[in-house]
Design a protein around this ligand. Structure first.
Ligand code: PEP
Ligand code: MG
Length: 592
């Protein structure tokens, strides 16, 4: 049966069985027809009907998003509404119909092509969210004109849930997923740390990515098993395979009941070490889940959702309100707000970033913020304002130079003074931390410990940059291993210099939710982990079972290992004394 099992990367846990819905955003070729001059009026009428219809559809989606996720996420659709009434689009398409005698669909396609080209020439071709918005509008309008079946994610009926199979998913597309309608997600592209994957995880939808060739192997209606623990997709499973998946799922759910019961209790190892397990939040709608899952505060609030897929930047007031709300939600526990990590794989719509050959090595994160005070200043001020009410800390991503921390501190001081002068309620200072996620920051972590109040290791990027493995390249997914001895040595050193300087050092990359890595991180001395909310209860459960002594032995063995597999072996063996590893990964070999 090997060809019915496609291996990918497990990005969001859970096992589901269901029929496939292939989601494609490509349209069939639009016929190259022209119309007779007498048909122009009729064609214009068709165009306007299609635009009205599409506007109504997008507005409905917007309302739905507002109900499900709140006003922030609903704004994602504003860009599409603007496109649908844009004078250049509407007037231009009308002209193509009138003057070139194009059919409405051909004229619209032509216009969209022009826009795509325009965005590229304005160095905007890497703004994936914008291009996805464009594709979304195009599919909707042309699809209607060509009388094609509608393909909105929102039109997936809750009474016929499906497994969505797609080439790739943008963050905004993932945000639209309705858990009652979407049983699971299987994508040809993407990896554990791509943002669509992180969102799927946070939304609690089982998902597997990096499934090469999946679109050639399945069609809509095929039954599949998505195993979000193992990272596999089983095509057309036999009854026995479905039964095995069901039984694994049942065992796993039984375990989950136990996990949930203990989620709100502190995580203390059998030999008495407390490990704080905080939540990573990507969107505000995850707040409730983080509280439910017993988060000991927020270790990473990614703020990119405020700008990705939107056509305007968030105001200072809007941010201050949101940061305060998050800050006040964890009963006095720390909430770490990360400044914008623009660039890399997170592309803003409202803010133009240049086309770059290597965006991950480019104008990203703190580099952008320090160069663009109009972007950074409102965020800094909002954090200071929120910090007057809650224990908020500020964290800077992608630092490579201590000057970046110093410049951020200067800006904070300046804005705190300005707020005070203006009589606005705000903190006079906030703790400033750095993400250690570049080899440079890791190697000079001692220097960063001098200028920062705390450090958090972003193992997604640290792994990417250390191993020179693009975190979003599915072809390289197997090489993306945070357990690589090179990454482990950096993790050891960062923890050591942080502890020597009396700084809190945490890990907030996805690695912190991998059970074997949890053992190793505790063994390396980490006492603060930050993970996506669905992983929180399991991480706490594991902490309660592995003693620091045992974990330290595993970490020593891992540091001495030659390969990532060897590095994980000892930790897996330790775990196997407490849990059937096949529940975490059915293909796992039991030690011994
Ligand atoms: C990381 O790089 O590990 C991290 C937590 O940040 P992000 O995934 O948002 O880049
Ligand atoms: Mg990062």
């Amino acid at each position: 049966m090997p060809n019915r099992l496609i291996r990918g990367v497990a990005v969001s846990p859970g096992i589901v069985v269901g029929p496939v819905l292939v989601v494609r955003w490509e349209l069939p070729p639009v016929p190259e027809r022209t119309i007779a001059s007498g048909d122009v009026t009729r064609e214009l009428k068709r165009l306007h009907e299609a635009l009205d219809w599409a506007t109504e559809r997008v507005q409905k989606m917007r309302e739905r998003a507002e109900e499900r996720t709140g006003p922030d996420e609903a704004r994602i659709f504003d860009a599409q509404l603007m496109m649908l009434e844009d004078e250049d689009v509407v007037g231009g398409v009308e002209r193509l119909i009138r003057e070139n005698r194009f059919t409405a669909e051909r004229a619209f396609e032509f216009k969209m092509l022009e826009w795509r080209g325009l965005w590229s020439s304005q160095e905007n071709s890497t703004l994936r969210d914008r291009l996805a918005d464009l594709a979304d509008v195009e599919v909707r309008v042309i699809g209607h004109l060509m009388d094609l079946p509608e393909r909105d994610m929102f039109d997936v009926r809750p009474d016929s849930p499906v497994v969505v199979v797609a080439r790739d998913l943008t963050p905004s597309l993932t945000l639209q997923m309705d858990r009652t309608a979407v049983l699971g997600i299987a994508c040809e592209q993407g990896t554990r740390t791509s943002h669509a994957a992180i969102l799927a995880h946070s939304l609690g939808i089982p998902a597997v990515m990096g499934l090469q060739g999946v679109l050639e192997r399945v069609k809509s209606g095929d039954r599949v098993v998505v195993d979000g623990w193992a990272g596999t997709l089983q095509v057309k499973p036999t009854a026995a395979e479905v039964a095995a998946a069901d039984s694994r799922d049942r065992q796993r759910r039984d375990l989950d009941i136990e996990l949930v019961a203990g989620a709100r209790q502190p995580a203390v190892t059998p030999d008495g070490a407390t490990v704080l397990v905080r939540a990573n939040l990507d969107v505000p709608e995850e707040l409730a889940a983080a509280q439910r899952c017993g988060a000991d505060g927020v270790g990473l609030l990614r703020t990119e959702f405020l700008i990705v897929g939107r056509n305007r930047m968030p105001t200072e007031d809007e941010q201050a309100t949101l940061y305060r709300r998050v800050g006040e939600s964890f009963g006095g526990r720390d909430v770490v707000i990360r400044t914008y990590d623009i660039g890399g794989d997170k592309f803003p719509a409202a803010f133009r970033t240049p086309l770059e050959a290597n965006p991950f090595l480019g104008w990203r994160a703190i580099r952008v913020c320090l160069d663009e005070p109009k972007v950074f200043r409102p965020q800094i001020r909002a954090v200071l304002r929120a910090a007057a009410h809650a224990p908020i800390k500020l964290m800077i991503p992608l630092v490579t130079r201590v000057e970046e921390v110093e410049a951020t501190r200067e800006l904070l001081d300046k804005e705190a003074r300005a707020l005070r002068r203006a009589g606005v309620e705000a903190a006079s200072a906030v703790p400033v931390g750095v993400m250690v996620e570049t080899p440079a920051a890791a190697v000079i972590a001692d220097r960063f410990a001098e200028v920062a109040d705390f450090m958090s290791v972003g193992t997604n990027d640290l792994t990417q940059y250390t191993l020179a493995v693009d975190r979003s390249n599915a072809r390289l997914a197997a090489r993306f291993s945070p357990l690589h001895p090179a990454v482990l040595r950096l993790l050891r050193d960062i923890q050591a210099v942080g502890a020597a300087a009396g700084r809190e050092v945490s890990v907030c990359g996805e690695m912190a939710s991998d059970p074997a890595a949890v053992v190793l991180l505790i063994g390396l001395g980490y006492r603060v982990l930050s993970v996506a909310s669905p992983s929180l209860p399991l991480v706490k459960w594991l902490v309660r079972r592995i003693s620091v002594g045992e974990a330290a032995g595993c970490a020593a063995a891992a540091l001495a290992a030659r390969t990532p597999d060897d590095a994980g072996a000892c930790a897996r063996e330790a775990l196997s004394g407490h849990i059937d590893l096949r529940l975490l990964d059915p293909s796992a070999r039991l030690p011994g």
